[in-house]
Design a protein around this ligand. Structure first.
Ligand code: FAD
Length: 467
């Protein structure tokens, strides 16, 4: 049995349905018997790295020094962007920026230790690359997640967080999550601090209605499998967007529908390459986070703008060259299946029983054309889930700056109002304070180490106060 189940303290019947959020009521100090030092919300790579830091600490800590931690994940098992686990896609970050190495190169949770266990260390070395396959990195993450399985509850979507007040101060949070054994019921766990790492939300173009034929690229693999299984004819598929996911989607559809025409539509003139040159790459160094954090707002903004091309709306050069080669070969052969509708925008989509009529405007002339298609894949990016969207009114406890952005400490702890002594850590959604790495893997290990250190420091402070 999962250890977390033993700590389960209260089960409620869920009346308010899946969209239930914090209703503003406060629990009293009475409640679950177990109080966690930290409850992690979401269990992607960010909180997995934190779970490992905690597990490694607990393995060598004396009884009273251990960190009581648990992590709640809505998916039924560990999964990292499963919809985009394209067979030949590679990571865009070095394997040395795994869950631990940048924090502790001697950790047994490293990618190298994983390779050794899978008996592929020498084979990987012979590939002469720093960039593993995405499916391989996913297997690594699953391997690491399995080793800390005792700290995680899956199928446990967090629905709301309720502050617990003692003498006018919010000292704990009661975290309400779905009961994996009964989706109609909830479980409440109490924690002194939260670590919110709920990732990004797929962004659809405004006004677009999702359907069997219109979907976000985050669902690419299962949707294509479904279309193929049903035998739905695909004569033409359209991909909207010009970033890495868009280019990967074009390539994937081209390979999986060998009779279909695949059209990319975007406002740029052509795909632009990701800047992964050595000096630009330094923006992802741990030291760059310190410099960014301490810079005035206008410098922060200019750093993000200057280095946007390391991450946003850019494509790996190898993929650009491969797509260009394919287009040229098809031109030579006189059968062009891969087409690029550049400097263009989708203006309207008319969905009918047999497919889609997509209105496309060529921006330089404002000329409009209607393209009949069977599928539209929107590779239109992601946006961070705001803390309000994630956890009801938890955001009301947090302080905001003049731009209405969350105030976040260097230790990733959100600044809260004076009467809140319980802590909220945030992983992701902190680009405005910690820079470009906030939604990436580059600093996952180091950030987890910083949060772990802060958790210990905060506990020491509290113990000193209560003496
Ligand atoms: C296809 C793709 C490839 C990428 N490749 C790279 C790369 O090579 N290098 C790189 O640096 N970055 C890459 N990224 C960026 C990506 O954001 C990070 O890799 C990483 O996923 C961030 O980890 P995370 O744990 O913060 O968020 P996520 O991985 O998004 O994990 C968040 C988790 O929280 C869970 N969750 C959400 N809400 C709740 C809730 N209410 N209750 C419980 N659980 C919840 C979700 O189910 C999810 O498992 C890639 C992104 C995509 C989409």
């Amino acid at each position: 049995m999962c250890l977390l189940r033993e700590a389960m303290t209260r089960v409620n019947t869920l009346h308010s349905g899946p969209d239930s959020t914090y209703d503003g009521t406060e629990s009293t100090h009475e409640g679950p018997e177990v109080t966690y030092d930290v409850l992690g919300i979401g269990f992607g790579p960010s909180n997995l790295a934190l779970a490992i830091a905690v597990e490694e600490h607990n393995a060598k800590a004396a009884e009273g020094e251990r960190i009581r931690a648990a992590f709640l994940e809505k998916q039924p098992s560990f999964g990292w962007h499963r919809g985009m686990l394209i067979d030949d896609a590679t990571m865009q970050v070095s394997f040395l920026k795994d869950l631990v190495t940048m924090r502790d190169p001697t950790s047994s949770y490293s990618f190298l230790c994983y390779l050794r266990e899978r008996d592929r260390l020498v084979d990987f070395l012979n590939q002469k690359t720093l960039f593993p396959l995405r499916i391989e990195f996913h297997d690594y993450l699953e391997w690491a997640a399995a080793r800390v399985a005792g700290l995680v509850e899956y199928s446990a979507e967090v629905l709301s967080v309720n502050p617990v007040t003692e003498n006018g101060e919010i000292v704990f949070f009661d975290v309400v999550s779905r009961d994996p054994a009964n989706p109609e019921a909830t479980i409440v766990r109490r924690a002194r601090s939260l670590c919110v790492a709920t990732g990004m939300e797929p962004r659809m173009p405004s006004g677009t209605v999702r359907s069997e034929r219109v979907f976000h690229n985050s669902e690419l693999i299962p949707r294509v499998a479904d279309v193929l299984a049903k035998g739905t004819p695909v004569r033409r598929a359209v991909v909207l967007g010009a970033g890495q996911s868009a280019a990967e989607s074009v390539d994937y559809l081209h390979r999986h529908f060998p009779e279909a025409e695949i059209c990319s539509v975007f406002a740029k003139y052509g795909y632009t390459p990701a800047d992964d040159s050595p000096f630009a790459n330094r923006i992802f160094d741990p030291e760059a986070v310190d410099i960014f954090y301490n810079a005035p707002p206008e410098v922060k903004q200019s750093l993000v703008d200057y280095h946007r091309s390391t991450n946003y709306s850019v494509v790996d050069m190898d993929l650009i060259e491969s797509l260009s080669r394919t287009m040229y070969q098809e031109k030579v052969q006189g059968r062009q299946r891969m087409r690029m509708l550049n400097v263009s925008r989708i203006r309207d989509i008319d969905a009918h029983d047999d497919g889609l009529d997509i209105g496309i405007e060529f921006l330089p002339t404002a000329e409009r054309d209607v393209l009949s298609a069977d599928l539209l894949v929107c590779a239109t990016g992601y946006h961070p889930r705001g803390i309000d969207e994630r956890l009801g009114e938890l955001g009301k406890l947090c302080r905001r700056d003049d731009e209405d952005a969350l105030v976040v400490g260097r230790d990733h702890r959100v600044a809260t109002h004076a009467n809140v002594t319980a802590d909220i850590y945030l992983q992701g959604g902190t680009e405005h304070t910690h820079g470009l790495t906030s939604t990436l893997l580059s600093n996952t290990a180091v950030r987890a180490g910083e949060i772990y250190a802060s958790l210990l420091e905060r506990r020491r402070d509290q113990e000193a106060l209560s003496r």
